[in-house]
Design a protein around this ligand. Structure first.
Ligand SMILES: C[S@@+](CC[C@H](N)C(=O)[O-])C[C@H]1O[C@@H](n2cnc3c(N)ncnc32)[C@H](O)[C@@H]1O
Length: 183
């Protein structure tokens, strides 16, 4: 069982986000739980057919997103990680809970290349996220959403949001989440 801790253990308070103690995460690699909750709600709201995540890690967000698809009774999800043991654990959890989710032991770029059309992408791998965003962008369906994590000013990923010519909305969480929409 992963223990929920205050985000102040992982992110230093800053002028951008002073009350980091209000968010939670299991460790410094897993997304803020509030980001996972948000991705769950986004799937419940938008009813996407094809959902992708790059970098599943321990599956905190992966399993929440897949649960939303199951509740929708529509859509399927693919995720990946370069760590085989993590992928095996996600596939085991997916089978046990009968989720519409498959995890692949490969890079985010490889995962994206499997699909022709995508409705929602959560870009969160430890690989080249700039490359992942530009490749996924070319495959997004109209009104599709790309959610790029770790875009707070102290992360290098913050530079990506200005290099993509799509409208975006910055969600000011401790680590930052930027949503791009394909119109
Ligand atoms: C920040 S963690 C992902 C957190 C997870 N999405 C969540 O919401 O809790 C990044 C993960 O990306 C994996 N990773 C590293 N390089 C990768 C690559 N090129 N493609 C896919 N995953 C990669 C790491 O093994 C790690 O598990």
């Amino acid at each position: 069982m992963l223990r929920r801790r205050s985000e102040r253990d992982f992110t230093v308070s800053s002028a951008f986000c002073e009350r980091v103690d209000l968010w939670h995460a299991t460790d410094s690699m897993a997304s803020e739980m509030e980001v996972s909750d948000f991705m769950y709600s986004l799937i419940r709201l938008l009813k996407p057919g094809i959902v992708l995540e790059t970098g599943c890690y321990t599956g905190v967000t992966t399993l929440r997103m897949a649960r939303a698809l199951k509740t929708n009774r529509y859509g399927r999800m693919a995720t990946c990680d370069v760590r085989e043991n993590l992928v095996a654990e996600i596939n085991h959890a997916s089978r046990r809970r009968s989720l519409p989710l498959e995890a692949f032991s490969e890079s985010g770029v490889e995962l994206i290349s499997r699909f022709d059309a995508i409705d929602l992408a959560f870009i969160d791998s430890g690989g080249d996220r700039q490359e992942e965003v530009s490749r996924v962008r070319a495959k997004m369906n109209r009104f599709g959403v790309i959610a790029l994590h770790d875009t707070a000013p102290h992360h290098p990923e913050s530079r990506i949001q200005n290099s993509i010519d799509l409208p975006w909305l910055y969600m000011n969480t401790p680590r930052g989440l930027t949503l791009f929409q394909v119109r």
